[in-house]
Design a protein around this ligand. Structure first.
Ligand code: MG
Ligand code: ZN
Length: 225
């Protein structure tokens, strides 16, 4: 194996080992976690705000925000009432399992049901670094264009759910919804596709139902073990 490929393989397998430990820790403490991936401006933080608004009365939620340089998103999550932890990646364009391990160690995990991890805004490499979350959710948005699944197949292929945000803009921008959906289904027939608008609240209940359903599924499979 060429040296460069050997090193890359080792980096990923080291990351995956830490990701598995993170997930074991989450399972031991009875916490469900999702990794939210999207390009900048697709609406990750707005989705977190809407999710907190709807689910905070029923569940204890923490937010882990990955950010290149600021803690603006963490502040928004806190303003929405969540315990939030910021990971400043220092310019790194994705979160990795080791960064998330650090964030988890600063939380009293037993006092949460659900952790929403906001990855760095980027559709390319975050999907290559497992964090230990139980599910991966990709958020795309109407103004970004209907070609996103075709251009970032690696990310869309791994998603457990694809949220199509800013659906309220559909009448105003050129976006072929059928083309978008076809692209996702070609890459990933098992992903659930949910249309939402964080601005109007459209589809947020459906998304929250998905989250609660998947959380219950993970928790019951952990209890059986
Ligand atoms: Mg954000
Ligand atoms: Zn990266």
């Amino acid at each position: 194996m060429p040296e460069e490929i050997r090193i890359i393989t080792e980096v990923f397998s080291a990351n995956d080992a830490i990701a598995r430990q993170n997930q074991e820790l989450l399972n031991q403490r009875g916490v469900y976690a999702v990794d939210l991936i999207a390009s900048p401006g697709a609406g990750k933080t707005s989705l977190i705000e809407q999710t907190l608004k709807q689910l905070s009365p029923r569940f204890r939620i923490s937010v882990v925000n990955g950010d290149l340089a600021t803690q603006l998103d963490k502040e928004r999550a806190e303003a929405a009432g969540a315990k939030a932890v910021n990971i400043n990646t220092g310019g790194e364009c994705h979160l990795d399992a080791n960064m998330v391990r650090g964030a988890l160690s600063s939380l009293d995990l037993s006092s949460f049901d659900l952790i929403l991890i906001e990855n760095v805004g980027n559709l390319i490499c975050p999907a290559s670094f497992k964090l230990g979350a139980h599910h991966l959710v990709v958020i795309a948005s109407v103004p970004e264009g209907d070609d996103k699944p075709y251009k970032y197949p690696g990310t869309f292929a791994q998603a457990d759910a694809v949220l199509l945000n800013k659906i309220d803009l559909l009448p105003y921008v050129p976006f072929n919804k059928e083309r978008f959906i076809k692209g996702v289904k070609l890459l990933n027939p098992r992903a659930d596709i949910i249309e939402i608008s964080c601005l109007t609240g459209f589809g947020i209940s459906k998304w929250c139902e998905w989250l609660v359903w998947r959380m219950a599924e993970i928790k019951s499979s952990n209890n059986r073990e």
